[in-house]
Design a protein around this ligand. Sequence first.
Ligand code: ADP
Ligand code: MG
Ligand code: MG
Length: 349
Amino acid sequence: MASAQGYPLLCLENPILDIQAVGLFSDKALLDKYGLKDNDAILAEEKHMGLYDELLGRNAKIIAGGAAQNTARGAQYMLPDNSVVYIGCVGHDKNAETLKEACEKAGVHTEYRVDDVQPTGKCGVVITGHNRSMCTHLAAANEYKIEHLKQPHVWSLVEKAQVYYVGGYHLTVCVPAILALAEEAAAKNKIFMLSLSAPFIPQFFKDQLDSVTPYTDYIFCNETEARAFSDSHGWDTHDIHEIAKKLSQLPKKNSSRPRVAIITQGTLPTVIAVGKASGEVDVTAFPVREIPKSDIVDTNGAGDAFAGGFAAGIVQNKSVHESVDMGSWLASLSIQELGPSFPFPKKTY
Ligand code: ADP
Ligand code: MG
Ligand code: MG
């Protein structure tokens, strides 16, 4: 049931059921059987379709995945009850119910479009030693339509939200829906956040990305995505401070808020650029929260968790500095769990 007051944070992207083989059950023979490389991320072909049931038969860990769905769960982890709603497209199947239940358990309200033809998206994850092989079948996640967003009961959630977070992978799915959120944010002076999500987004979806960046109040990326953005825009620099600065200075629709560019770099400091009306830019670097190597279980989804903690800070009107620390804190919890998940019972910041 949608809450009458709505949810302050609204996230949009591609809901994916992560099916992650655990420990001993993950093995080289499984990789070989499906022709997977040990360290890779690919889109599934026909020959991979048996992988998912095989993983499920091996007692795999199920996670409500898809980058922004991870971020939504992460933000809710740090916020009061009923703070986050997540939107995307699923199929008419049991996996969709599993996703919805996993989100509900994390306190995230879902408002999925249900596609009648395609099955719910899924990602098989096979871990061997320190390597990870991910095989994604987007399926229904690729079928999101703006008509879903514009339905009165969904649009009223859009209107009630104060902060929007869109995962960059959605730029390959439904740009009109992203722009509808972006325009709503700019028109009502609300906050619009975008993550680049992967290097192939600035490389191969540059036009779609460039249509959205003018609306961004916060733009997130990791160091590889930042350099891919720089390359695709002919900036001729791989310097992270310089790229952060240039991202913060890109044209902006809503001039009443400065743009903040946030570049994470794994264990290296997070670089933040805040554009100013004068055209000047403040660039600062914040160290991450160090975790002993022996405590790290899995760094997959660290960036999604960081964005969740950061967004939780912004929703609560915290400063950029404190929001960065909330992001680092949440990311440090997530990398001590298998997959993009968070410890229960809950820890408090
Ligand atoms: P992505 O998952 O998108 O590649 P990063 O690797 O940059 O993102 O990680 C995002 C954030 O997660 C970092 O800024 C940091 O706060 C945290 N993080 C990632 N790896 C580690 C680590 N090994 N130790 C501590 N914090 C980490
Ligand atoms: Mg990384
Ligand atoms: Mg990332």
